[in-house]
Every structure is written in structure tokens, then in C-alpha cells.
Design a protein. Structure first.
Length: 435
């Protein structure tokens, strides 16, 4: 039970208290900075990390490192803007536990809610398409290696098998079982990630640090948006930390810095495991490839290839589970004659469109992530947070109400946030028009 408390005591920085009833007594259950930092970090680290080397390889280690830090700063500002909007909305309505889409509707009206809903829906489907396509490819490759054959199984077999296997586990298994299974998969992801960083560090081609192609950076922005996206859980963080602005800033900052450090290390290890000749080939436009695919095929050693394959597959599975649950929640109000049919209908609606599209185009992984970052995350984590903040600040100024600002810079910051998102979307539209 959550109760909003009013207090005139200046030492109290929280907006309300999370209270739970134990027997006949109310117990205060404050959220911790550590727990919410882990929530943000865990949400950020997903399958988006797998696409980073493919889009950063053409530019090189140094330029891509600079861009990754810049995109992290952009997403940090947008995360704090969402937190500010959440705090202001909670003060206005007098209750916590507000989701991102609900806040968009309250702030920007039904039109804004429809735009946010479409962006949210497109994001989930695009990422699920990417995950089943790439997860199926890795699954087929692993099976063929076990059988001692090569290029025997069609790509659509892997996409279908991946969807039916892990989607079937979610459909047939109880939530507690899926939760424990997902926790085990996360442990595998962390262990394999640490292992491949340690092993990859012994095989670095440090000479390729000198390769820099700054003009190749723009196409990487949208994929970096996907990799650094955690904004859907910010309202949850604000609620768990009881509206304490200082703790919220801490959690968002530290929780996003941890994945940034992981991504920077990952980017260096993977790019430096590829020979300079391959990098020069990319630069000259003679070939385009995914570095992870080369490493999975043993291009830099058998053990490194195994670790990359294990990390890739289970990172995709854990992200797949999370986004399937996200879409199930989105469609939970769909009516059906009975519960079993409703459950089957919901899972079919969530799983079969991505499976079908992934089977038709098994190489859609990078393109799907690109579109998700361009058209969904640019809106959800760029344009909408800035517009909501702009409107709320204006309304508070007109009503002589003051609120705690989490992001400095005033309208200039908001204009920059919107402009960057529009540029990313515009470049994609122009490139599609040329095609």
C-alpha cells in the first residue's frame, strides 16, 4: 500500500512514503539507491550491445568512444527530464506509480499519448524482430557446429525454432519459473561477458587505435540509442525512491554509467580483436560485416568464439523475455471468451509477427535496431520528455508554482534535445527517400 504523506518538516526530502501493512502495523519500505541503480543498469544492458561493434567498426575505436559518451550524456539528460516530469506530475495528482504513457497523456493530451503508444509499440516489435532473427541465426550456427555441417539449415528454421522454444517456455511455464530461468540466463551473460573481456584483452591489435574515420559516425547514433535505453523504468525508480530528487539523480547517473563503462570496454575489446586489414577494408567500402559474426566463427580463436556466441545468445534471450512481457502488458486489456484462449491469443499477437518477419528476412537484425532507435527511442527518450518538461515548466510559471529542476539549461537544453532527435529522424528519412 502506498500512502502520500504531507509534511512541513524541512528534513524530509521525499514526496511520500512507501508503506506496507504487516499484520496491524504499517511498515515504511523505502527504496534503496543500490536497488534502483541495479534496475537501471540491468534494463540498459541488453541485446543492443551486440549491434555496437558492427556500427562502430567503420569509424574506429577513438571516434566511436567519443560518440558513445556523447550519446550517453544525451540519454542521461532525457532520463532526468522524465524523472522531473514524473515528480511534477506526482505533486499535481497526489499519487505515485505513474507510467510513462500515462504521464504523456496527462501532459500532452490524447494526441501525445497516441504518438507515444505507437512509438512504444513499434519499439517492442522492432526489437523482437531483431532478437528472433539474430537469436535464430546463432542457434542454427551452434546446431550446425555440433552436427559437423555448414550452411545446411535454412535461416528461417533458426528464427522459428528460437521463437517457439523460448516463447513456448514463457507460455507454458509459470512466472516464477521463468523468473528463475531468466536469472540463471543473466548469470550466464555476466560470466561470459567477463570471460570474453579477459580473453579478448590478450588478443588486442593495438595498432588499429590509429584508425579513425569520423565521417562514419552518424549511422551509429540510432543503435547507440537502443543500447543505452532505460527510460521506461524511470517512473518506477521515482516511485520506489519516494520522490527523493537527490537519490533519483544518484540512481540514474550511476545506473547509466555502469553500462557505459561496460559498452566502452566491449567496444574496445571487440574492435581491437579484428585485424587492421579488415578495418581498412571497411573504410574502403569493399566489404561490410558484423565483427561478432567473424569472432563467433573462430576468427580470433576458438575459445573467444565460443564465449561470444554464448554471451550473444543469452543476452538476446534475456532481452527477448523482457520485451515479450512488455508487449503482453501493453495488450493485457484485450478481451477473449475465456482465459486459456485469451492467453494464447495474446502470445500469438506478440510472437507471430516478429517470427514471420524475421523468417522472411533473417538479416534484419541491424536494420530493425536502426529503425527502433530512429523512430521510437528518438521520440520516447528525446522529443516527448523535452516537450513534457517544456509544457510543465510553462504551466508552473504561469501558476506561480515552483518545482525542483533536475536538468539545468532552461529552454536551450530542451531545444537541443528535440533538435538532435529530429536530425536523427531526418537523416533516416532522407536516406530512405534516396533509396
Amino acid at each position: 500500500m502506498k500512502v502520500v504523506l504531507k509534511s512541513d518538516t524541512p528534513q524530509v526530502t521525499r514526496l511520500f512514503s512507501n508503506l506496507e501493512l504487516y499484520g496491524n502495523k504499517l511498515s515504511h519500505q523505502p527504496g534503496s539507491v543500490l536497488g534502483n541503480t541495479a534496475l537501471i543498469a540491468g534494463t540498459t544492458v541488453g541485446a543492443g550491445i551486440l549491434a555496437l561493434p558492427a556500427v562502430t567498426l567503420p569509424s574506429g575505436v577513438v571516434p566511436s568512444t567519443v560518440l558513445l559518451i556523447a550519446v550517453w550524456l544525451y540519454t542521461l539528460v532525457s532520463g532526468l527530464l522524465i524523472a522531473e516530469v514524473t515528480l511534477s506530475t506526482m505533486r499535481l495528482v497526489g499519487r505515485p506509480s505513474l507510467g510513462l504513457l500515462i504521464m504523456v497523456e496527462r501532459t500532452l493530451g490524447k494526441l501525445g499519448a497516441r504518438v507515444a503508444g505507437c512509438a512504444y509499440l513499434f519499439l517492442h516489435y522492432a526489437l523482437l524482430v531483431a532478437y528472433v532473427a539474430q537469436g535464430g541465426e546463432i542457434l542454427v550456427s551452434a546446431v550446425e557446429k555440433m552436427l559437423g555441417v555448414q550452411n545446411v539449415l535454412s535461416p528461417w528454421v533458426g528464427t522459428t525454432a528460437f521463437t517457439l522454444l523460448f516463447g513456448g517456455i514463457m507460455y507454458l511455464g509459470r512466472e516464477r519459473f521463468v523468473e528463475k530461468l531468466n536469472s540463471a540466463f543473466v548469470a550466464i551473460v555476466l560470466a561470459s561477458f567477463l570471460g570474453l573481456l579477459l580473453l579478448g584483452a590478450t588478443q588486442l591489435e593495438t595498432s588499429s587505435f590509429s584508425f579513425q574515420n569520423w565521417s562514419a559516425l552518424p549511422p551509429a547514433v540510432s543503435v547507440m540509442f537502443v543500447a543505452l535505453f532505460y527510460h521506461n523504468v524511470v517512473p518506477t525508480v521515482v516511485t520506489q525512491l519516494e520522490g527523493d530528487a537527490y537519490k533519483i539523480r544518484q540512481s540514474i547517473f550511476i545506473g547509466s554509467v555502469i553500462p557505459l563503462i561496460m559498452f566502452l570496454a566491449w567496444n574496445v575489446v571487440i574492435l581491437e580483436s579484428i585485424s587492421p586489414d579488415m578495418v581498412q577494408g571497411i573504410s574502403a567500402g569493399r566489404t561490410v560485416f558484423d565483427p561478432l559474426q567473424i569472432l563467433r566463427n573462430g576468427g580470433a580463436g576458438e575459445w573467444l568464439g565460443v564465449l561470444v556466441s554464448v554471451f550473444s545468445e543469452f543476452a538476446i534471450v534475456t532481452s527477448f523475455i523482457g520485451f515479450v512481457y512488455g508487449l503482453l502488458d501493453f495488450f493485457k486489456d484485450i478481451s477473449a471468451p475465456n482465459e486459456p484462449f485469451k492467453r494464447l491469443a495474446l502470445y500469438s499477437l506478440v510472437l507471430f509477427p516478429p517470427m514471420s518477419l524475421g523468417a522472411l528476412n533473417p538479416n534484419i537484425f541491424l536494420a530493425a535496431l536502426d529503425y527502433a532507435g530512429t523512430y521510437s527511442i528518438s521520440v520516447l527518450a528525446g522529443i516527448l520528455p523535452a516537450l513534457m518538461t517544456w509544457k510543465q515548466r510553462q504551466e508552473q510559471k504561469q501558476s506561480n508554482h515552483t518545482s525542483q529542476l533536475l536538468v539545468p539549461g532552461g529552454k536551450v537544453t530542451l531545444i537541443v534535445m528535440i533538435s538532435v532527435a529530429l536530425v536523427v529522424i531526418g537523416k533516416q528519412v532522407v536516406s530512405m527517400w534516396k533509396i
